[in-house]
Design a binder for this molecule. Structure first.
Ligand SMILES: Nc1nc2c(c(=O)[nH]1)N[C@H]1C(S)=C(S)[C@@H](COP(=O)(O)O)O[C@H]1N2
Ligand SMILES: [Mo]
Length: 325
């Protein structure tokens, strides 16, 4: 019997299931009539494929886009996949084991609101439709003053926007995480405004930097890092980069994010990284690199001013702080 209890990203390269079998699991299951017999849910109920129930997006490892260079070492994979922030699975950074319960194949995504045609489609189909995967190396800066450097695989969010065909009234893109308290025990804590929500203006969503990540370290995304699809907006504090997205809504209302709803004095809509605007609890002057523990200066827009500063030209002259919280 094929029983696999350890997630593929946690085992050493030599032990990993041959990639072609892993990637083509869906095809293989279809071939042997697994879905046809309606056995999929029974099997997962017995823990078959546990830690392996990921949407089978193919194309890993993807070619690296050399435009995005780092000024620091990549964070070791073992660190970035075990020190993760995902409140749906608990408020500590040590939730990666619990997150294995998240089953992402199939994973239905809704695209709705001010678009030509509202639709629902599987994550694999969406990514297949909107384009080839690429790898990008990006800095990541959490508002809590820690930072990482990560190799994401995915597609530009601009490709999804183009595919969705928003109409002229759409000004914002609202993104929502799944809601399933049976899978994600953090969602039983009803003082949080679940589901997790984030938003971008369409100018931000279509900026060249803004990325929809489906993988990391050349493999598909581990559950704890936001499988099967998450946002990566590297010039903003990490909380903007919403994980495990199940809905994209085009709207003319500025979305109220999860953290903003909890505490709008500390977390705002814009959340652009700025070393000169301290957070009420964390000076933003420097950051600690997770892995090496080195302290380095924080850069304006997390080092991405060349790409994004134009978006904000002339905005909020009366209250500069607004751009950051
Ligand atoms: N759905 C959801 N998305 C989320 C979070 C979360 O708790 N739930 N945490 C955010 C925060 S605060 C950070 S710093 C990043 C962390 O991403 P990582 O754990 O992959 O490094 O995810 C963001 N996206
Ligand atoms: Mo964060």
């Amino acid at each position: 019997m094929f029983v696999k209890s350890c997630p593929s990203w946690a085992i050493s390269e030599s032990e990993v299931t041959p990639e072609h079998i892993y990637i083509n699991r869906r095809e293989w299951l279809q071939k042997v009539g697994f879905f046809g017999l309606g056995l999929a849910s029974t099997a997962s109920g017995f823990g078959l494929f546990s830690g392996d129930a990921n949407a089978a997006i193919s194309g890993y490892p993807a070619p690296r886009n050399g435009v995005y260079q780092l000024d620091r070492e990549l964070t070791p994979k073992e660190v970035a996949t075990t020190y993760t922030n995902f409140y749906e699975f608990g408020s500590s950074k040590n939730i990666w084991r619990r997150a294995q319960k998240l089953a992402t194949d199939p994973w239905m995504i809704t695209i709705d609101g001010l678009v030509e045609t509202e639709m629902q489609l599987d994550a694999v189909d969406l990514i297949t439709k909107i384009g080839g995967l690429e790898e990008r190396l990006y800095r990541h800066r959490c508002v809590e003053s820690w930072a990482m450097a990560l190799p994401w695989t995915g597609v530009p969010l601009a490709s999804l926007v183009k595919f969705a065909k928003p109409n002229a009234d759409a000004k914002y893109l609202r993104m929502e995480t799944f809601f399933d308290p049976e899978v994600a025990p953090g969602q039983k804590q009803n003082w949080y405004p679940w589901p997790y929500v984030e938003g971008l203006t369409l100018a931000e969503a279509t900026n060249e930097l803004t990325f929809l990540a489906t993988g990391i370290y050349g493999k598909q995304m581990p559950e704890q890092n936001g499988a099967p699809i998450r946002l990566v907006a590297p010039w903003k504090y990490g909380f903007k980069s919403v994980k495990s997205i199940s809905r994209f809504t085009f709207t003319d209302n500025q979305p109220v994010s999860f953290w903003e709803q909890l505490n709008n004095r500390e977390y705002g809509f814009w959340a652009n990284v700025n070393p000169d605007v301290p957070h009420p609890r964390w000076s933003q002057k420097t950051e600690r690199l997770i892995g090496s523990n080195k302290i380095v200066p924080t850069q304006m827009f997390n080092g991405y001013a060349d790409q994004v500063a134009d978006i904000y030209k002339g905005m909020f002259l009366e209250n500069k702080r607004k751009l950051f919280y």
